[in-house]
Ligand binder design. Structure first.
Ligand SMILES: Cc1cc2nc3c(=O)[nH]c(=O)nc-3n(C[C@H](O)[C@H](O)[C@H](O)COP(=O)(O)OP(=O)(O)OC[C@H]3O[C@@H](n4cnc5c(N)ncnc54)[C@H](O)[C@@H]3O)c2cc1C
Length: 387
């Protein structure tokens, strides 16, 4: 087995590291967390440096990078600046994947080149008050207009990341009343966010402040028929297989945060003294560090294996979910240990540890809960469906 990255991948990692060091000072990242602003100038710089085109086809201004290339970039961004790692995953990775797989030539030409240039941002609206895990309980409905040339949308979505700064809302909704099965009659519409009848209200949350999340109301929102993505009523079956890559990317985000927490904790242990010696001489804290590093390295093996499977065109649903289950727990445990190592200072906003802890916690809930990840794995292992 070859665990080496290629020379190109090593250069890619170094380039992102340099970008992060030079363009995203810690103080600026703390400020973003305080203001909740989206870092638009940095987003544009990423476009100018060619990062945003990484996974896109050359035809649309991209460099045709693989899932392995993607997670290298995401891991390095998440180590310092989640506010870029999350949109890089959603707006770039996921949008490119689903538009490339399901979009018409017109949709691709409208969206993909602008993604690479940093000219548009997107969000994905699945969850509703009626259900996040039970997402098929969704009620938002799009009715075809009488002439069949448009859809008229009514309903609400909840917890939608980046909706307040997005140009398009990829909205997953019902297009069939009373389908024979709940998974039937689902479609995806690419809704321009400035369309009349849309209201977007940000919701206060614990962490990940600069990517916001929002409630979206659709009140008789009319969208031309050309904005249907993929086949009408087949959305569930077309979209679900495309989400595996998202799990791998979010695993890389978890690991980036965990690595930052680990490095800060080790540095702090060499600086802080108690009982006449630096705290890195206490065996119990050394064991914490050994645990943190082992968890991170184990998570990286799972995450890079999932990325490699996808890069080589193999089945990845099980491994991507395993990686996500592990990494979302790892970031939770590593940031918790990091807090413990920093003692009272870890609980102040003077240090970044509390932010890592807040930012990392959500991954056991979103995009997939720990419980649902385990359900999926157990079912894949042949157990009966438990719900
Ligand atoms: C920061 C953040 C960003 C988000 N961004 C987006 C976004 O961009 N787009 C989007 O569409 N959604 C988004 N979400 C929503 C997210 O996907 C849901 O919160 C998540 O899927 C859980 O759904 P829920 O909140 O309704 O919890 P519930 O589904 O109500 O779950 C509550 C608890 O019950 C458990 N549970 C439910 N069903 C089962 C079962 N069958 N077996 C075992 N346990 C079960 C869950 O695991 C959980 O512990 C975001 C959420 C957060 C917190």
């Amino acid at each position: 087995m070859d665990f080496e990255f290629s020379e190109e991948q090593k250069i890619l990692r170094q380039t992102v590291k340099r970008f992060v060091e030079e363009q995203c000072p810690r103080q600026y990242v703390r400020e973003l967390d305080r203001t909740g602003e989206f870092p638009q100038t940095l987003w544009q710089k990423m476009a100018d440096l060619g990062f945003l085109g990484l996974p896109l086809s050359a035809k649309y201004g991209g460099s045709e990078g693989t899932m392995l290339d993607m997670v290298i970039v995401i891991e390095e961004l998440a180590k310092r600046i989640l506010a870029l790692a999350i949109p890089f995953t959603n707006t770039i990775g996921l949008t490119n994947k689903i538009v490339s797989a399901l979009g018409t030539e017109e949709q691709k030409a409208e969206i993909l080149p602008k993604l690479a240039k940093g000219e548009l941002k997107t969000c994905f609206a699945w969850t509703e008050a009626s259900g996040g895990t039970d997402v098929l309980a969704m009620r938002t409905f799009a009715e075809k207009s009488h002439d069949g040339k448009a859809y008229v949308i009514n309903g609400s979505k909840l917890f939608i990341t980046m909706a307040h700064v997005s140009d398009y809302i990829f909205t997953v909704l019902r297009t069939m009343k009373d389908p024979p099965k709940k998974s039937q009659g689902i479609s995806c519409l690419i809704v321009p966010s400035k369309q009349g009848g849309i209201s977007i209200n940000p919701i206060e949350k614990v962490g990940q402040k600069s990517t916001g999340f929002c409630e979206i109301h659709f009140d008789n929102v009319e969208v031309p028929h050309q904005y249907l993505l993929g086949e009408e009523n087949k959305g569930w079956y077309q979209l679900i297989p495309l989400l595996n890559g998202e799990r791998t990317c979010f695993s890389a985000i978890c690991l980036g945060i965990a690595e930052a927490a680990f490095e800060d904790a080790v540095r702090y242990m060499g600086e802080r003294s108690a009982f006449g010696k630096t705290i890195n001489s206490f065996q119990i804290l050394q064991h914490y560090v050994a645990d943190m590093k082992t968890m991170i390295d184990a998570g990286r093996l799972l995450m890079y294996k999932a990325a490699w499977l996808e890069t080589t065109g193999k089945q990845v649903a099980f491994e991507a979910t395993e990686a996500y289950l592990a990494c979302s727990n790892i970031v939770h445990r590593v940031t918790d240990l990091g807090m413990q190592i920093l003692g009272g200072y870890g609980y102040t906003t003077e240090f970044d540890m509390e932010r890592y802890w807040r930012d990392g916690r959500v991954f056991r809930i979103s995009p997939m809960t720990t419980e649902m990840a385990k359900n999926f794995l157990a079912q894949s292992l042949g157990m009966p469906r438990s719900y």
